[in-house]
Design a protein around this ligand. Structure first.
Ligand code: FAD
Ligand code: DHB
Length: 389
């Protein structure tokens, strides 16, 4: 098979990039290790910036999102006693959209066939070759046979564990990492949300988040130790702890229900530089990870893809290489600012093992300052709603 752009990974980054390139008539093939059902079974992000919603609209794929998604004008920080509302709408003139990553992926997946976007699922042993040349290629195995895809460029949208980043020679690369000493235990349940907006709570017991997917489906998280076992958290214990950490007001409005999904995710900050080498580009989680506090992971994948699709379209349609030459620096400038925001909000809202009473007072003073300062709230709001492209 010969194509212009071969994409590794059919998560949100890979599918979005594939659609944007197809919309300009480019030839694209996406190879994905898992099945379509497996990709849709992963419950991940829930808050979308206009960075992402604008791209879906540009593709004409935002209809269901606008019908079923929930535009939010603000969210709350809680300090164990009160809610501090960040009025994102008033402070920035913009909104965020509550619509699950699963639904975004489903919408992109379902439109693929009709738009001539070829996605090969269940491709195993995907490997990248000759990325320093003008004729790189992928090999993979499917249904017991070996396959090869020749391309002009390869885009690695294969997440943190995929092969693309590992195909970059160590001599040109540098990575930066911070691993946090805790994870998030998440629960999804078909119950109405306890509050019409999200609540990020810093309680003496640790962090908690009240989020949602719709008016009838809730998503909650609590901070747990890294070595915590899921079995230690039967539904009842988890609901009890959420009620404590989110505070009496949220607890009074919380409806409990059986878990549709429950899982623990570790927290990490990670950046890989550069995001391009030769004919290989990285986008999304393959190049960087943020801790989920601040809801930036999926949105960063979208900004990478916005830059990368523009760059590739310029190269193929106008023979203009400036976009691809500048891609890595441009994407990383925005990545590092989201890394900063996610790291700062993680530090503000979590209980760190080994922290003392002074550290706790610093967090509470920080939250009290935010509660009293429009300048502080504006800083948080403009990062939360998404920095400009
Ligand atoms: P991914 O969604 O990881 O997609 C990569 C794709 O590549 C996958 O489909 C994978 O199967 C495929 N792939 C991997 N290896 C190969 C291979 N060898 N060959 C072919 N294909 C391959 N962000 C938030 O904002 N809020 C959250 O609550 C949140 N929760 C998260 C929970 C978890 C457990 C994880 C892992 C991430 C979470 N994130 C969250 C981050 C967010 O989901 C990611 O930033 C987003 O999925 C990035 O999209 P992506 O397409 O770059 O990567
Ligand atoms: C969700 C996840 C986040 O990391 C976040 O900051 C807000 C919402 C969610 O899954 O709903």
């Amino acid at each position: 098979v010969k194509t212009q752009v071969a994409i590794v990974g059919a998560g949100p980054a890979g599918l979005l990039l594939g659609h944007l390139l197809r919309a300009e008539g480019l030839d694209v093939v996406v190879v994905e290790r898992s099945s379509a059902d497996y990709v849709l079974g992963r419950i991940r992000a829930g808050v979308l910036e206009t960075t992402l919603t604008d791209l879906l609209d540009r593709l004409g794929l935002g209809t269901r999102m606008h019908a079923e998604g929930l535009p939010h004008d603000g969210f709350n920080l809680a300090d164990g006693e009160r809610l501090i509302r960040i009025d994102v709408g008033a402070l920035t003139g913009r909104q965020v959209m509550v619509y699950g990553q699963t639904e975004v992926t489903r919408d992109l997946m379902h439109a693929a066939d009709a738009r001539g976007l070829e996605v090969i699922y269940e491709a195993s042993d995907v490997a990248l070759h000759d990325i320093e040349s003008d004729a790189p290629y992928l090999t993979y195995e499917k249904d017991g046979a070996q396959h090869r895809i020749d391309a002009r460029f390869i885009c690695g949208c294969d997440g943190y564990h995929g092969p693309s980043r590992k195909a970059m020679p160590a001599s040109v690369a540098q990575s930066f990492e911070k691993v946090y000493p805790f994870g998030w235990l998440g629960i999804l349940a078909d119950v109405p949300p306890c509050n019409h907006e999200l609540i990020y709570a810093n309680h003496a017991n640790g962090f908690a988040l009240a989020s949602m997917r719709s008016a009838t489906r809730s998503r909650y998280y609590i901070q747990v130790p890294l070595d915590e076992k899921l079995e230690a958290w039967p539904d009842d214990r988890l609901w009890d702890e959420l009620a404590v950490r989110l505070g009496p007001d949220a607890a009074a409005h919380m409806t409990r229900g059986p878990a549709l999904e429950k899982s623990i995710a570790p927290l990490r900050s990670f950046v890989f530089e550069p995001m391009r080498h030769g004919s290989l580009f990285l986008a999304g989680d393959s190049a960087h990870i943020v801790p989920p506090t601040g809801a930036k992971g999926l949105n960063l994948a979208a900004s990478d893809v916005a830059y990368l699709s523009d760059a590739l379209i310029r190269w193929f349609k106008s023979n203009d290489g400036a976009g691809i030459a500048g891609y890595s620096d441009k994407a990383l400038a925005r990545v590092w600012k989201s890394e900063r925001f996610s790291w700062q909000l993680t530090n503000l809202m979590h209980r760190f093992p080994g922290s003392d009473a002074f550290d706790r007072r610093m967090q509470l003073a920080d939250l009290d300052y935010i509660a009293s300062s429009v300048a502080a709230q504006t800083t948080i709001a403009e990062n939360y709603v998404g920095l400009p492209l």
